[in-house]
Ligand binder design. Structure first.
Ligand code: ADP
Ligand code: ASP
Ligand code: MG
Length: 413
């Protein structure tokens, strides 16, 4: 029988009624003739609660124990979903990541899936089981420890299963009815897209549009998984939601197709470091080893052989970054006068494959921000995106201004 992967996010399984609602959607696909692999998230708020327990216990926690704790939310929903389906008379069974086993790297809290052996689940399908319910977000390392895939990682579990089982499609059920031109919670002018190019979705996701985890889009690209985002609270048809597909399948011709934001950023400046060969390596090596995800980097012009180095990272990594820099200074690898952390910034980006062939997008973006009197602190660009770091209090205003400036509310074509 053809296989379908259906993933339900936290709000879609937030309580027993919602789990029943999701199970009804699974039942409909089983009745249509699919064997279904259901990937579930933890109930909404659960993972945050578990992260809070870990941070309350140990601020610079051991990531192996973090994973042991935060992976547990998904285990509960997997079991409950399987029980709900059984109550409906549908043969179902649950799996935790290690039972499949979902084999991952040992990069705790940011592990990558390496292999998903099919044997156990295939055997159960062959014996008449119709639904395999798998706890998302988690796996097991070569060392036999539980790992997690980073926040939002159940999306990645879903796409990885769709690839491993050659599923007909991977449906991501969530609390919005598709991918929008920007987060619909920020502006009511956001417009749902019927289709979005994988490459654009990849940029939007990596720039903060959390509707899909970045890695899940990468996997969909690599393994040619047909990926759809749709609502778990609406009646859907074959064409509901947003299809994330190849560029060639899309007729729309806007230069900018979406605006993304990432709220919790920090800007850190090392004041007066020696401007010498190797200084960037001496700074960013220890940051990377400490697990700090550096995003934007700016080096000022040099004055008297010294310079300022500015970088951005997620705000919850500031402690780690400060520790890594202080230790590097103590070891004599770098020298700086001061380390300034600005924890009140955010990143706003515009994305569009049309930018490849259109000049002037950056100027238009900067003008729209200027008209709102928003100061830009750092800028980065790539072929199909432009990002700026600004004060967090202007985030909504900036997103709305850019959405208007690039006419994203208008109809497709
Ligand atoms: P789930 O719990 O189902 O995984 P998430 O909260 O991770 O759901 O992702 C869905 C949310 O993503 C939406 O509620 C919405 O606020 C947010 N979002 C951000 N950018 C976009 C976008 N461009 N289109 C749709 N949703 C977006
Ligand atoms: N529960 C995890 C999180 O909140 C994984 C997910 O929902 O995708 O990040
Ligand atoms: Mg999510």
């Amino acid at each position: 029988m053809p296989i379908l992967v259906m993933k339900f996010g936290g709000t879609s399984v937030a309580d027993l009624d919602r789990i029943r609602n999701a199970a009804e959607k699974v039942r409909a696909e089983v009745e249509r003739g699919y064997d279904v692999i259901v990937i579930v998230s933890a109930m909404s708020g659960k993972t945050n609660e578990l992260v809070g327990y870990v941070e309350g216990t140990s601020p610079l926690f051991d990531a192996r124990e973090y994973d042991a704790v935060v992976s547990s939310g998904e285990n509960v929903t997997a079991g409950l979903m399987s029980l709900t389906l059984q109550e409906m008379g549908i043969p179902a069974r649950s799996w935790q990541g290690w039972q499949v086993p979902v084999k991952t790297t040992s990069a705790h809290s940011a592990a990558r899936i390496e292999d998903i052996p099919r044997d156990h689940i295939d055997q159960k399908f062959a014996e008449g089981m119709r639904v395999a319910v798998v706890a998302g977000f988690q796996g097991i390392s070569d060392e036999g420890r539980i790992t997690t895939l980073g926040r939002g990682g159940s999306d990645t579990t879903a796409v990885a299963f769709a690839a491993a089982f050659a599923a007909e499609r991977c449906d991501i059920y969530t609390d919005v009815n598709g991918v929008y031109t920007t987060d619909p919670r920020i502006t009511s002018k956001a417009r749902k897209l019927d289709k979005i190019a994988l490459e654009e979705m990849l940029e939007l996701a990596s720039l903060g549009a959390k509707v899909l985890q970045t890695r899940s889009v990468e996997l969909a690209m690599r393994y040619k998984v047909r990926l759809r985002v749709l609502s778990s609270f609406e009646q859907n048809t074959e064409t509901s939601g947003t299809l994330v597909c190849d560029e060639e399948e899309i007729m729309e011709s806007k230069v900018v197709s979406g605006v993304a934001h990432s709220r919790d950023e920090a800007k850190m400046t090392l004041v007066s470091v020696a401007d010498r060969p190797g200084i960037a390596a001496a700074i960013f090596g220890p940051l990377s080893e400490s697990g700090v995800n550096v995003d934007m980097i700016v080096q000022n012009i040099s004055d008297d052989g010294r310079t300022d180095m500015t970088f951005s990272c997620p705000v919850d990594q500031v402690l780690r970054a400060e520790r890594a820099m202080t230790e590097a200074k103590e070891r004599g690898e770098i020298n700086f006068h001061e380390l300034i952390a600005d924890t009140e910034v955010c990143k706003v980006s515009v994305v569009g494959i049309g930018m490849r062939s259109h000049a002037g997008v950056a100027a238009q973006m900067f003008k729209a921000l200027r008209d709102e009197n928003i100061n830009i602190k750092v800028i980065t660009t790539s072929e199909i995106k432009i990002s700026v770091l600004i004060d967090r209090k202007y985030m909504e205003l900036a997103v709305q201004a850019l959405h208007d400036a690039f006419d994203l509310q208008g109809n497709d074509s």
